[in-house]
Design a protein around this ligand. Sequence first.
Ligand SMILES: [Zn+2]
Length: 275
Amino acid sequence: MDKRTLDKINKFTRRPLTEEEVYVFPAILCDNDIDRDGERFSDGALEALKELFIGRTGIFDHKAAAANQAARIFDTQLIEDPSRTTKDGRPYKFLRGEAYMVRTGENRDLIAEIDGGIKKEVSISCSAAERRCSVCGADRSRGGCAHVNGRTYAGKLCHTVLDRITDAYEWSFVAVPAQVSAGVTKTFSSGEEHPAPAYSEDIAEELRRDIRRLAYFSGGRTASDAAGLAAKELSCQELIRLKKSYEALAEKAGAGVQLAPEEEEKPVPEQFRLR
Ligand SMILES: [Zn+2]
């Protein structure tokens, strides 16, 4: 392990770890191919996930969420595989995460299993604000269009493009028998099947905060209060649109507003926290 790798890991640790103390392994988090649900990540979505997954904790088999069974991603890379194309003929790309675990007596068997390739199915959890029809671009979170995933229109395979990733939550390894072909399973908030994912309220709250802040910049306290009231009952999609219009307003007003989401580290449950 080179020093740069160890330096990257040590950004996340309470005390500097030595090479002997850590176990490092790769995990393929997701790719740009159309999956079994007829959905795929856009290139922009993969870029966003590349940033968002750094520092994220992953667990093995949800039941075994003891501290020594957790791993953390400390580096990510988007890799193009020239030997493969996606189902719709684009160059294949995948997001690879480098993860580390602190070696303990208890996780020796687990490490052996990872080394042996037994645990290879990764599932990730993230939130996509936009789900577009690949044929006409209609937003499928908002009614969509008449195109059907899996059908071909003018020679093009219809699918859903996931875009505008707002957050990445966690990743986990699921034990699968080695002979089962490995794949990526993902879960994310998607307007149709899961109208109210458990974490959508957090996102909505964050959006409302942004809206209030933006309104404050363009019209002071009164505007901020009014915006807060207006935003109260809106869905995530509506909030995103409202936020956009406030952003445009703030830009016009010439306020040098910092629009980046607040860098507020989500608290990692104690049992997942790495030493
Ligand atoms: Zn369409």
